[in-house]
Design a protein around this ligand. Structure first.
Ligand SMILES: NC(=O)c1ccc[n+]([C@@H]2O[C@H](COP(=O)([O-])OP(=O)(O)OC[C@H]3O[C@@H](n4cnc5c(N)ncnc54)[C@H](O)[C@@H]3O)[C@@H](O)[C@H]2O)c1
Length: 420
């Protein structure tokens, strides 16, 4: 039997990157973290102790990406993944990217075209898809038991608490992305999980942001809305209603998928996301806790990895209840040619485009068609559109982050040749 190479992985960003680093530790015999890129050495302690003594720390991305790594986990700023993913492809390095794949329509196109040009591997690091409840829904749909998907809902409320890294930043000349993030953009935990579970792609988007003048919003936030409601029509005709990341109390993630044969949902405020509810009709409601082994999440090799991983729990080694392990295991299998990307680049940029066009919908009141990123004609219609609601300074935003500034947005600005 040919010995498998131990893959060398780099992690960029040591906040959420710290969580990736901790769950990578259990994969020690298949992949190791050899490099960390973090410009703020004050937070090296988040990964220290979870990496090997020989792991190198970098503050410069170019040195880091050429340090001999096979793949990079991008856990840097939300709006800067595409540009670093492209640099990684150019350097011959594969990519597992945190959400969002790209912050503008132009960068969605650039990312896909670099992927096709350099022939590297790419996956979006979906994690909520691996909640037991959501994965069970996926199985029931893929096996045909549930019948056709008709309608689905997913909500992600994250009240602005101490976990919202960056949202408390008060340096107005060095804004953090969480301060200007419109509700529709952070959609991986909702629409992303539903796309994964139902294996469907969004075709159109219509969106409303929640705008209640005078309602409390964290003072350091520069948006004027705590969240957004997004309606997407999927490629099989199903309709989904989701939120982006909405700063509404209390913090909650919840999923519901109505199919021809029954309705499946998770239980609100069950933080473990392990409870699964299946309803056929009046009085015919089954509530189970299927468990990750039963829903097929924990294959024998994952069980072996988890056995090591469980030892880490006492030492604070897991994040998000343990789901962060799965995207790394699947990514390593993908790098080794054992499976396909769990959430490929075309899905990833489509998900980003829903977030972006969802915000365009809020600003204009219109519904938008989602581009087909495999179609060169669709790419040409949007490749000029570099607008985004993220910048260092407020006056540098190329897209308003406030609903009240919607008049600043000209959808048909000639400079962008917007054509969808
Ligand atoms: N999947 C999840 O459940 C989950 C949870 C939290 C965050 N995230 C994602 O993780 C990413 C990071 O978010 P976060 O919460 O960690 O906060 P963050 O965005 O503040 O952290 C980013 C880190 O990257 C570092 N960094 C940025 N640019 C760099 C550069 N050019 N060179 C070196 N270091 C650089 C910063 O110093 C910072 O420590 C975001 O994309 C976010 O969407 C995902």
């Amino acid at each position: 039997m040919v010995e498998k190479k131990v893959l060398k992985i780099g992690v960029m960003g040591a906040q959420m990157g710290g969580a990736h680093t901790r769950s990578m530790k259990a994969l020690g015999d298949r992949a190791v973290i050899t490099a960390i890129c973090e410009k703020n050495p004050e937070i090296y302690n988040r990964v220290d102790g979870w990496v090997r003594p020989e792991t190198k720390f970098y503050t410069d991305f170019d040195e880091f990406i050429h340090s001999g790594i096979d793949a990079v986990i991008l856990a840097n700023y939300f709006h800067e993944h595409a540009k670093y993913a492209i640099k990684a492809f150019e350097a011959g390095v594969d990519v597992l990217s945190e959400t969002t794949a790209a912050p503008s329509l132009a960068e969605c196109v650039q990312l896909v075209e670099a992927y096709e040009k350099y022939g590297r591997k790419y996956s979006l690091a979906v994690n909520c898809s691996y909640f037991d409840s959501v994965y069970n829904m996926r199985n029931k749909i893929r096996s045909g038991e549930a019948g056709k998907v008709l309608y689905a809902e997913a909500e992600y409320y994250h009240s602005a608490d101490k976990h919202a890294v960056g949202a408390f930043n008060s340096d107005i000349n060095n804004l953090h992305w969480r301060q200007t993030l419109p509700g529709s953009y952070y959609n991986m935990h909702t629409l992303g999980a539903l796309m994964y579970a139902t294996d469907s792609m969004p075709k159109t988007v219509w969106c409303k942001s929640i705008h209640v003048p005078g309602a409390y919003i964290l003072p350091t936030k520069l948006t004027d809305s705590p969240g957004a409601v997004v309606i997407t029509e999927m490629d099989n005709g199903a309709v989904f209603k989701t939120t982006g990341c909405s700063s509404i109390k209390p913090t909650s993630k919840w999923y519901r998928i109505n199919c021809e044969n029954f309705c499946m949902e998770s239980e609100r405020y069950d933080e473990s996301e392990k409870k699964y509810i299946q309803a056929k009709g009046h009085g015919d409601v089954e509530i189970t806790i299927p468990g990750s082994v039963n829903v097929g999440l924990d294959t024998p090799d994952i069980q072996a990895i988890k056995a090591k991983f469980d030892e880490q729990i006492e030492h604070g080694g897991v994040s998000h209840g343990g789901i962060d392990l799965y995207n790394k295991v699947h990514f390593i299998n993908y790098l080794n040619g054992e499976e396909e990307s769990e959430f490929d680049i075309y899905k990833a940029v489509t998900l980003s485009a829903v977030g972006i066009l969802g915000w365009y919908s809020v600003l204009t009141g219109k519904e938008f068609r989602i581009p087909d990123f495999r179609n060169p004609e669709d790419r040409d219609k949007i490749r000029w559109d570099t607008r985004m609601p993220f910048a260092k300074k407020y006056e540098e935003l190329t897209l308003p982050c406030k609903l009240e500034e919607r008049d600043k947005f000209d959808l048909y600005d000639q400079k962008y040749k917007f054509g969808l």
